[in-house]
Write a protein of this length. Structure first.
Length: 258
């Protein structure tokens, strides 16, 4: 008997039901596969992204009113982003100063005059300890005169959660005053190799506070405090990296960083 397609019969109803169930089943399973696989792929990509290593290179700066060098930091962590933001800010501030001062100096002293030669050089180094990772930046600026200036900037993050660390996160709160006095005592007693006398200015060290230790880093053996040029001694002393052995200061340090 021929099928009448324009007439609803019991077998056409059955065919429609079977077709609906089949389409639903196939669609549901495809959807399940998409739900199951897509997040895994995204998580894998995110893991790779967050563990990408920090890479540092140096590039030259040559602008109308100043020259120098600056780091290019590749990485997507909070540490890398913070370091890039700091570098960008310092270059911007120096550019504003040079663009204000240098044109007038050239008019007054001549284009080739040393006083009209502004320079900024920033270098960066990445390293980590068992509990922290750091980018140490050294900055040299010259804006005329006999000597330039050297300074430090250190950014530290926790390996546990990637958050930026302040020094008060590392030194126990109830030990910070005692720690400050300990550092002063160590600085007074410090004798660089080949020197019999103290290289520091007594008054400068006396006035140090806990907040003076904003630039610091940890390695597996030492806590290092960084002092800018002129901050604790004469210009001849330069910028200072002052290591404190962890075995001497463990009672000051929060247990999360030992």
């Amino acid at each position: 008997m021929p099928i009448k397609w324009n007439k609803i019969t019991w077998y056409s109803k059955l065919f429609a039901i079977i077709l609906f169930v089949a389409v639903f089943y196939i669609g549901y399973n495809l959807g399940e596969k998409k739900v199951d696989t897509t997040p895994k792929d995204e998580i894998q990509k995110q893991t790779v992204k967050n563990t990408a290593p920090i890479r540092i290179s140096i590039k030259d700066i040559k602008e109308e009113n100043f020259s120098g060098k600056m780091p290019t930091i590749v990485g997507n962590s909070v540490l890398a982003s913070s370091a890039r933001a700091y570098i960008k800010e310092q270059i911007s501030l120096f550019r504003a100063e040079a663009n204000t001062d240098v044109p007038e100096m050239r008019k007054k002293f001549g284009t080739d005059s040393p006083v009209a030669t502004y320079t900024i050089e920033i270098n960066a180094k990445y390293f980590k300890s068992k509990k922290t990772e750091s980018i140490l930046m050294t900055m040299y600026t010259y804006t005329g005169g006999a000597n330039g200036n050297d300074s430090y900037k250190v950014i530290n993050t926790s390996l546990a959660d990637g958050k930026i660390l302040a020094f008060l996160d590392v030194i126990k709160q109830d030990e910070q005053s005692v720690f400050t006095e300990f550092v002063k005592k160590e600085l007074y007693a410090w004798r660089p190799l080949g020197s019999d006398g103290s290289p520091v200015f007594s008054d400068e060290v006396k006035n140090l506070e806990f907040s003076s230790f904003e630039n610091w880093s940890l390695n597996d053996n030492n806590l290092i405090i960084y002092f800018d040029k002129y901050s604790i001694g004469p210009g001849a002393l330069g910028a200072v990296e002052f290591p404190l052995p962890l075995n001497k200061i463990s009672n000051f340090i929060d247990s999360n960083f030992l």
